[in-house]
Design a protein around this ligand. Structure first.
Ligand code: UDP
Ligand code: MG
Length: 317
């Protein structure tokens, strides 16, 4: 088993965080190399996800100064998950193991040692799991943890409180490469690959510099994406709901007849209005959920590329 480690770090407008991040990771990697934990051919690869600022210039500069650094430039912004996938699939032929993490180093880089340790003991996928969310706002904590609960309830199989900080062996990434879906939710797909897995716990810190690239709107659409790409239970729930409402309508029918023969039909106006709106709302909601899946089918049938690489900077020796 080889021990060439590649770090893959998606970056979107990270010019503020990159200088600190690269310095810290550089130190960490040389330490690991000197301790003989990883091979000297190990690399740090930043994936520039169509940033509008100086991110790519900084990456090129880093690569020129130290061949430990490499970079992948995507043709345009494709979002965190696609950038990550582009990185993983590109470096897999050079690496024995790959660790993915965010550019803001919210994830404790000292967990890397333990991840490598587990890899050497034959584990293919090591998930970094947040032991606490002390530094996150209450709102972020509640929404994020609620999200993991909902998704696992709906039959998705995600690791609780694990984001995209994880180690994957070469063969695990080869496995991932066979999942051709365009609607990408790595946290849900990686557990489907199989192979021996384990977790490493760490404390999640604050963003080093710059602002979060996941505002509320993006976070919500990420959650919907995650749920609908993993589970078809919401559609089944609509079916059950429809059946339930049908039962109620039979009850209503009987009730209306009884009221009619008692000669008190006018009184029902309020009930009528309320149920009209309630059912109208339910129908629209159900259509929306169905539409969400049809939209996904539409996108998958087109099989568009998930990313296009403009340039790959890497020094293999
Ligand atoms: N990111 C990306 N493309 C995007 C948005 C974000 O590559 O369109 C990267 C970003 O640079 C960072 C990671 O995804 O490395 C996670 O983003 P962020 O830290 O802002 O998310 P948060 O921790 O606030 O959820
Ligand atoms: Mg972050």
């Amino acid at each position: 088993m080889g021990n060439i480690l590649y770090l893959v770090i998606p970056c979107y407008n990270e010019e503020e965080a990159l200088p600190v991040t690269s310095a810290r990771l550089q130190e960490k990697m040389y330490k690991l190399i000197n301790e003989n934990k990883i091979h000297a051919k190990s690399r740090i690869i930043f994936v520039n996800d169509g940033s509008g600022d100086k991110t790519w210039d900084l990456i090129q500069e880093l690569h020129q100064k130290d061949k430990l650094f490499g970079g992948i430039n995507l043709s345009r912004n494709r979002g965190h998950q696609n950038a990550l996938l582009a990185g993983l699939l590109t470096v897999r032929e050079y690496a024995d193991m790959v660790i993915s993490m965010d550019a803001d180093l919210q994830d404790d880089i000292d967990a890397i040692d333990e991840m490598i340790e587990k890899y050497k003991n034959g584990i293919d996928i090591v998930y970094g799991v947040r032991s606490s969310r002390g530094k996150d706002t209450l709102f972020k904590k509640a929404t994020a943890e609620g999200f993991y609960k909902i998704i696992n309830h709906l039959g998705g199989n995600t690791v609780f409180n694990h984001a995209d900080y994880r180690l994957m062996s070469k063969r695990a990434i080869e496995g991932l490469a066979q999942y051709g879906e365009v609607n990408l939710f790595l946290r849900g797909i990686v557990p489907m690959i199989g192979y021996p897995t384990d977790v490493v716990y760490y404390e999640r810190g604050e963003r080093l510099a710059g602002k979060s690239k996941y505002p509320l709107g993006k976070m919500l659409s990420f959650a919907v994406e995650g749920i609908t790409s993993l589970s078809i239970k919401p559609i089944r729930m609509i079916t059950f709901l429809g059946f339930f409402i049908f039962l109620i309508s039979i009850g209503m029918l009987i009730y209306s007849f009884v009221r009619h023969f008692m000669g008190a039909t006018i009184v029902g106006w309020t009930t009528l209005m309320v149920s009209l709106w309630a059912i109208g709302g339910l129908i629209l909601l159900s259509l929306g959920v169905v539409g969400e899946y049809i939209g996904k089918i539409y996108l998958e049938t087109k099989a568009r590329p998930r990313f296009i690489i403009e340039r790959f900077l890497n020094d293999e020796n």
